[in-house]
Write a protein that binds this ligand. Structure first.
Ligand SMILES: [Zn+2]
Ligand SMILES: [Zn+2]
Length: 303
């Protein structure tokens, strides 16, 4: 009897675990903190023509990421009346998002799109103008900030704000070293933050720059284009100084935000450091696309 029952138990377990995996996608809580994008779970499969509560939040989110201009596309009257209607502009924005992230371009908010939107990411938008086209060139897929801002000198001072833990400094310095090994940039340490071009800080919540942490707008971190040089990380994230699983790798995040500080925008290449999202435990290095981007921006010769 026991021998006959066992395979059924196994099968039950097998199917049960598959059901769990199916539910494990979409927006989940992390470290017991509910996802700020949890509203997306209620919007599974919404598409053009639907009128569902929460579509307005989706429009706002795609606006933060630079895919839609919620403020300019809709008049105030339209915003009130049509705020939850899934319209043409939203479908266009969603298709562009799906193309950037190599998803099926359905225009429907399907589960793989929701799962991608909920993945931890950088707070900087993917586009600074929703009318800009996707960076799909023949080889490279890097982008720049509007107006291609860049540093006029190649030797830059960096400093750590008082709130940067000692353990965070070596991985951030390794990230600086990796960038200087493939570019003409040289970085040197100064104690005084006001004398540095590159300024690392750890912040929490709304810290006054329009990219609040604990909110999709702030992301895990963000870095500002030249000649700003500020790099902010969310102090309330689980950071890893040396490749811990289930925590965000500080050097990988540092490489990404330093890419912004040097003038790079987001890339559509998943392996590039300038790809916007990251998994806990994921460790990346600079990719050819990142290096090609810097070389193109600073008009450096050679590949
Ligand atoms: Zn970024
Ligand atoms: Zn900030």
């Amino acid at each position: 009897m026991t021998i006959q029952v066992f395979p059924y138990l196994f099968l039950l377990f097998y199917f049960h675990s598959h059901i769990d995996i199916a539910h494990a996608h979409l927006c989940e809580s992390r470290n017991n903190v509910p996802s700020p994008l949890g509203f997306l779970n209620q919007l599974s499969q919404v598409q053009k023509g639907d009128n569902v509560t929460g579509v307005r939040e989706l429009k706002k989110h795609l606006s933060y990421l630079g895919y839609l201009n919620y403020n300019n596309t809709y008049s105030n009257d339209q915003k009130k009346e049509h705020e939850n209607i899934f319209d043409d502009s939203l479908e266009t924005a969603l298709k562009k998002y799906q193309k950037f992230y190599h998803l099926n371009i359905t225009g429907v908010l399907d589960d793989s799109t929701i799962t991608k939107m909920c993945q931890p990411r950088c707070g900087m938008p993917d586009f600074f103008n929703p009318n800009n086209s996707l960076p799909f060139r023949t080889i490279s897929h890097y982008t720049f900030f509007p107006g291609n801002p860049k540093w006029q000198k190649k030797t830059l001072a960096y400093a750590f704000d008082w709130n940067v833990k000692e353990e965070a400094k070596p991985p951030l310095e390794h990230a600086l070293k990796e960038w200087s090994s493939v570019t003409p940039f040289k970085f040197y340490y100064v104690k005084n933050v006001s004398r540095a071009e590159i300024k690392f800080s750890f912040m929490s919540g709304d810290h006054g720059d329009g990219y609040p942490f604990g909110d999709p707008r702030g992301g895990l971190g963000h870095g500002f284009a030249p000649p700003d040089g500020r790099v902010h990380f969310d102090v309330n994230q689980n950071w890893s100084w040396a490749g811990k699983r289930n925590a965000f790798d500080m050097k990988t995040a540092g490489l990404h935000e330093l890419g912004h500080v040097l003038g790079l925008g987001h890339s559509t290449i998943v392996e590039a450091i300038m790809y916007p999202s990251v998994h806990p435990g994921e460790r990346k290095k600079l990719h050819k696309d990142d290096i090609n981007g810097i070389k193109a921006l600073y008009k450096l010769r050679g590949k």
